[in-house]
Every structure is written in structure tokens, then in C-alpha cells.
Design a protein around this ligand. Structure first.
Ligand code: CTP
Length: 399
């Protein structure tokens, strides 16, 4: 969403990681961006210009003199882009950019860029840790350039250490974060997500189909909008969003403990988790064996704590509490009753049971209800888009 129709300058400098810039370009294009690539001479030793030209659907800037036939000059590019992303950034490029040197097409273009700049260093560990390279990175950071730290791992030179260019998806994620308006800056958000798992014996449990997608999308969107986010998650197959503190839990009791211990510092609490209302009364110490003499098995269940209700009792007036209600019928009636019973400021209610809305789907259709009696219908949409609409709504409600 954020990258759609954005103009990006992708600078590629000399380093073996230049091969990753091809995938990076592909992801940026897939997200709807218009990308202008500028390459240094050294970069062209690693990857061909044609690859970038074909994938970007734009001429590639490599030489200020040879490329002058192009109707688009380096100044046009510099002044029209919304962001400049340099990946990989070599030690040579970093040093020259820090000093304002403009002795090739990319560096000359960079001097005219007024939009945000993201630099992704990648090189051998000793080079990266060299005091002169670090000093140049410090200068860039002080100048307001966003530096993405390289990853640790085995490098092309067989060294094990810091210097790898992070994966293209990660760079895109950070670019989106850089371009997203920080309207939640200074706010602390807690999100609970996924199912809880209640043990029956050492190998079995009671749970539900929650995929965690909605809660993870909210945590990810809040982080990008500048919030400090803690995600308390039951077992799901999703990776935690970048920049989000993730506390993994299994049972309702563990989720309750984690949520209540983070509560004091929170400004906004969003409880998306599908918490099991009951758990087996006793957890068998050994695997329950198949009964040879009976076809039936009963498991006695006992009620779990209602975490949301407890938080509703504990919360201060300044804290904004949002619940979710998954219903199969009488949506409004059940949602309003839950909002009142649990002392919520807002509830997002959705009808579950269809393919396009609910636990496993990538899309969701909800209706928001507010404590003051208002409501807002949100049409069927992707859970990531819905996450932003939910956050917009919370910002409207909290002022
Ligand atoms: N919830 C909770 N702790 C529980 C059960 C639910 O915190 N033990 C929270 C969920 O995270 C959600 C909201 O309460 O935000 C509503 O959950 P839902 O399962 O729809 O409602 P219940 O209160 O469990 O009522 P019912 O199952 O009867 O619909």
C-alpha cells in the first residue's frame, strides 16, 4: 500500500550482495513502486545493467556522460524520488557520501536528493568494523540518513561475522516503515494474537483454528506507525513482525500473566487472541491410553480466566481497550453485550464461519462498535489494510 506509485532511487554499489538488489527491485516493483536504478562501475562487475533495466522498466543510470542522451537527467531523478535506497552500500560509497564527494553518476545524483535516504552497508566484517567506516556511518546517521545494520553470518569471503546484506523482504519492510507516517509515535501498544492451547496430557491439547493473521497484521502496522509494540502470541506459524517485541505463550493462564504484567506501561491494548474459554480440569502426567473396555471418553473442563474482562477491570481511564468478538449469529447484540461486560472502549465484531472472513482467511469483514454508542461498518478487505483502518479509528477515538 505505502509503496504503490512511490518513486524510488535504488542505488547499487560494488559488492557481492549486488545480486540481492535484483530481488529487491523485483519486490519493489511488485509493491507498485516506480524504481530508477543507478549503478556504480564496481556494481556492474557483479550484476549486469540489462537485468535492472528490464526489471525496472526504466533506463539505468551508470555514467553521467554516456547517459546524457536520456531525456531523464540525474537531477530529474534526484528531485522526483520519494526515497533513495542504497543496497548494497560499499565502504567506498559510504565514505564518499559522508564527505559529499560526487565523482560518479550515483554519488552526483545523491547530492541532489532531498527526500529520505536509506543506506544498507554490506562488506567484509573487518572492513565494516574499521574505525573509518564506522566514523563515516556515524556522520551519515547524524545527517539524518537511515542506516540498516548488516546481518551476521558467513560472508562471501568465508569470514563469519557482521557484514551480510539483510534479505530483500527485510529491506522492503524497513523502507515501508521509513515512509509510513509516525502517528503512533510515543504510544505503547499491546496486541494479543493467535489461539491458546490447553493441555490434556503430554501429547494432546484443546485449541481452535485461529491463525494469528489479524493480530500480527495489527502489531506490524502499529510498529510501522511508530508505536512500541508488544505482541503476546499463542502458537502460530507466523514470524514475529520486524521491530516488535514478541512474547510467546501457550495457555490462557500464560497469556493472562504476560498481558497483565505489561499492562501498566500500555496506552492501547488490542485483544485479538482467540482464547480458550475452558481448559481440562487436570492435565494427565502420562499419555492417556485408549480405553479397551469403553467407547467413550469424557474430559472435565474448568473455566479459564477471561483476560479481557480482567484487563477491563484493571485499566485506567487513559488506557484504550479494544476487544474482538467472533460470532456466528446476532453480531450486534453479542458484540454490544461483550463490550459492556468487559468494560471496553471499542469492539471489532466479525461473523466467523465463511471462507472470506474469520480465523484462517487473509481477509476480514468487521463492524466496530464504540463505548459512546457509535459504530462503523468496514467492508471486506485484506487483514493488513484492515489493521491500518483499526489503528486510524483508535487514533480518531483517542484524539
Ligand atoms: N477473551 C479473553 N479471555 C478469554 C476469552 C475471551 O481475553 N478467556 C477475549 C478475546 O481475546 C476477545 C474477546 O474476549 O477479544 C471476545 O472473545 P470471544 O471468544 O468472542 O467471546 P467470549 O467472551 O469468550 O464469549 P463467547 O465465547 O460466549 O462468545
Amino acid at each position: 500500500m505505502v509503496l504503490k506509485d512511490t518513486h524510488i532511487l535504488l542505488g547499487v554499489t560494488g559488492g557481492i550482495a549486488a545480486y540481492k538488489s535484483v530481488e529487491l527491485l523485483r519486490l519493489l516493483k511488485k509493491a507498485g513502486a516506480n524504481v530508477h536504478v543507478a549503478m556504480t562501475d564496481a556494481a556492474m562487475h557483479f550484476v549486469g545493467k540489462t537485468t535492472f533495466e528490464v526489471l525496472s522498466e526504466n533506463p539505468v543510470l551508470t555514467d553521467l556522460w554516456k547517459d546524457t542522451q536520456s531525456s531523464v537527467t540525474h537531477i530529474d531523478i534526484a528531485t522526483s524520488v520519494d526515497v533513495a535506497l542504497i543496497a548494497p552500500a560499499s565502504a567506498n560509497f559510504i565514505g564518499k557520501l559522508a564527505q559529499g564527494i560526487a565523482d560518479d553518476a550515483l554519488l552526483t545524483t545523491m547530492l541532489a536528493v532531498t527526500s529520505p535516504i536509506m543506506v544498507c552497508p554490506s562488506m567484509n566484517t573487518d572492513m565494516y568494523q574499521n574505525i573509518r567506516v564506522q566514523r563515516n556511518l556515524d556522520i551519515l546517521e547524524e545527517d539524518g540518513v537511515h542506516i540498516i545494520d548488516p546481518d551476521d553470518g558467513v560472508l562471501a569471503c568465508k569470514t563469519v561475522g557482521t557484514g551480510r546484506l539483510p534479505e530483500p523482504w527485510f529491506l522492503v519492510d524497513r523502507l515501508v516503515a521509513l515512509l509510513t507516517q509516525k502517528d503512533l509515535k510515543g504510544r505503547r501498544v499491546i496486541v494479543t494474537a493467535g489461539p491458546t492451547v490447553e493441555a490434556i496430557d503430554p501429547v494432546r491439547f484443546v485449541s481452535n483454528y485461529s491463525s494469528g493473521k489479524m493480530g500480527y497484521a495489527i502489531a506490524q502496522a502499529a510498529e510501522k506507525r511508530g508505536a512500541s509494540v508488544t505482541l503476546i502470541s499463542g502458537p502460530v506459524s507466523l514470524d514475529p513482525p520486524v521491530g516488535v517485541e514478541c512474547i510467546r505463550v501457550e495457555s490462557c493462564d500464560e497469556m493472562a500473566q504476560a498481558a497483565i504484567s505489561c499492562l501498566d506501561a500500555a496506552d492501547i491494548i488490542i485483544k485479538v487472541a482467540a482464547v480458550a474459554d475452558y481448559r481440562p480440569m487436570d492435565i494427565a502426567a502420562l499419555k492417556i491410553k485408549k480405553h479397551q473396555d469403553s467407547k467413550e471418553l469424557s474430559i472435565s473442563m474448568t473455566e479459564n480466566i477471561d483476560i479481557l474482562k480482567r484487563i477491563g477491570e484493571l485499566k485506567t481511564k487513559k488506557q484504550f481497550l479494544v476487544g474482538f468478538a467472533a460470532e456466528t449469529n446476532d453480531l450486534e447484540k453479542h458484540a454490544l453485550a461483550k463490550m459492556k461486560r468487559k468494560n471496553l472502549d471499542m469492539i471489532a465484531a466479525n461473523l466467523v464461519g465463511s471462507h472470506e472472513s474469520g480465523f484462517k482467511a487473509d481477509t476480514n469483514k468487521v463492524k466496530f462498535f464504540f463505548k459512546d454508542g457509535g459504530s462503523k461498518d468496514v467492508p471486506l478487505m485484506d487483514k493488513h489494510k484492515l489493521a491500518h483502518i483499526l489503528l486510524d479509528t483508535i487514533i480518531e477515538q483517542t484524539g
